[in-house]
Design a protein around this ligand. Structure first.
Ligand code: EPU
Length: 419
């Protein structure tokens, strides 16, 4: 298993090119199941989760051609299979995104239940309830969600909890349903707008994506389209946090500043100078130590849970005490325990991590437990005294493209070790 070896203490300086967003690419690829026509997708990041979604599409009988490093040509034929098997779903929960499109397009879908994961229970009851409200028959059998519907019918769906992939699944299903659907208490994440942009280009009739009420007029068929994936806001935020934690200056190129308001506000509160252009963000600390910041995670436009771990790393070495409260997932503080092994001073009280910033962390071997936790351990290692090894980095390869190259170009002393 690969590890990252990091020698801390370098101020990061320079430019970093931001990749396409993982959490936009996965629903966009699932949406290609809704049509027989080819869909061209560009700015696709090279990530293990994307490879898993491509493997799943191929398993469903869809052709996927890779034209160059970042462009995929998908489909041009109907899905032949309707089963998303356990061995693929267990490696990536987002495989659940094929449920809505398969059901809407083929009238049947068998998708393995994802089960628990390192950050909490993460049920899919809202996805299932929404499809039932649209007329599907859904059973759980042998660990699979088995859904059937001759043709889905439009319905008013009031989501119990704001769910990102739940909103995406139901939005995709509604595009081919008979009549109008209204999704209330919908997630407002920018990735949902990216998906809606593709669906609209394919001929779907959608209003309100990006707000908490989405209206969809179902159509009979969808066609092909070309789509460019939006910039990854979490990758952007992670590199800016790396700049802040090391007292450096980092400019993120090809970014989407408009999707990062809550994160940029917290970086400014931490003492960073932040300037933005249309598609870039520059953060500068000029050697200053960050100030600790209080924050509470929430669905978009609130502070993203996917940036919580990185801000734990920041608070670990910042000046002062602070609290970080996680409201989206119930068990997302594994990284805090690892940072304690590097000398961080945290106290966990239920869903809140109380920190008292220490003057310095000490390098140590640490273990990644999920994607964003591993990113936060890399950040902690960048500022720690001495050498750290971050183990189980297959988690990081699920969501960060060539992280050691990008950080290396900013001056970090980082290398990948193969066992
Ligand atoms: N929930 C339910 N029932 C459901 C669905 C969700 O109770 O049917 C609960 C979850 O347990 C959780 C909350 O609703 O407490 C929100 O979860 P959500 O469904 O929004 O999460 P998700 O769609 O599974 C996506 C991202 C995650 C990100 C969350 C929250 C993708 C592929 N994944 O997950 O990304 O943390 O939204 O923003 O879009 C990551 O990239 O590292 C990652 C985990």
């Amino acid at each position: 298993m690969d590890r990252l070896e990091i020698t801390g203490g370098v101020r990061l300086e320079g430019d970093v090119a931001i990749s396409g967003a993982k959490n936009a690419t996965l629903p966009v690829l699932a949406a290609t199941l809704l049509t027989d026509a080819p869909v061209s997708v560009s700015n696709v990041p090279h990530l293990n989760d994307v490879t898993t979604m491509i493997a799943l599409l191929r398993r469903l009988g869809i052709d996927v051609a890779m034209h160059d490093a970042m462009r995929l040509e998908v489909g041009g034929g109907e899905a032949r299979e309707h089963v998303a098997p356990y061995e693929l779903v267990k490696t990536m929960r987002a495989s659940i995104l094929v449920l809505g499109p398969l059901l809407a397009r083929l009238g049947r879908a068998d998708v393995s239940l994802p089960g628990g994961c390192a950050i909490g229970a993460r049920p899919v009851n809202i996805h299932v309830a929404g499809l039932k409200a649209m007329g599907a028959e859904v059973d759980i059998e042998g660990g699979y969600i088995r859904a059937r519907a001759e043709r889905l019918r439009g319905a008013r769906l009031v989501l119990d909890t704001v769910t990102v992939t739940g909103t995406e699944n139901l939005l995709m299903a509604a595009t081919l349903a008979r009549g109008e659907s209204v999704i209330e208490n919908a997630a407002r994440e920018p990735e949902i707008m990216d998906l809606a942009a593709l669906l609209t280009a394919m001929g779907a009739r959608i209003e309100g994506a990006g707000t908490d009420t989405i209206h969809v007029q179902g159509v009979d068929t969808l066609g092909g389209a070309s789509h460019r994936i939006m910039a990854d806001r979490i990758e952007t935020g992670t590199y800016l946090a790396a700049g802040a934690i090391t007292g450096g200056r980092v400019r993120a190129l090809g970014a989407r500043p408009d999707t990062l308001d809550a994160v940029l506000a917290k970086l400014v509160e931490a003492g960073a100078d932040v300037s933005v252009g249309d598609d870039w963000i520059e953060l500068s600390m000029d050697g200053r130590r960050p100030r600790a910041v209080d924050l509470v995670t929430a669905p978009y436009p609130g502070f993203p849970t996917d940036m919580q771990a990185q801000f734990c790393a920041l608070n670990a070495v910042a000046d002062g005490a602070a609290t970080i409260t996680e409201t989206v997932f119930e068990n997302r503080f594994q990284h805090v325990l690892e940072m304690q092994r590097m000398g961080a001073d945290f106290r966990l009280q239920g869903r809140t991590a109380v920190s008292r910033g220490v003057a310095g962390l000490k390098g140590a071997p640490v273990m990644a437990t999920d994607l964003r936790a591993s990113a936060s351990l890399v950040l902690a290692a960048l500022v720690a005294d001495g050498v750290s090894q971050v183990e189980r980095i297959y988690h990081i390869d699920r969501g960060y493209e060539r992280i050691e190259e990008k950080l290396g170009r900013l001056g970090a002393r980082i290398q990948r070790l193969h066992d």
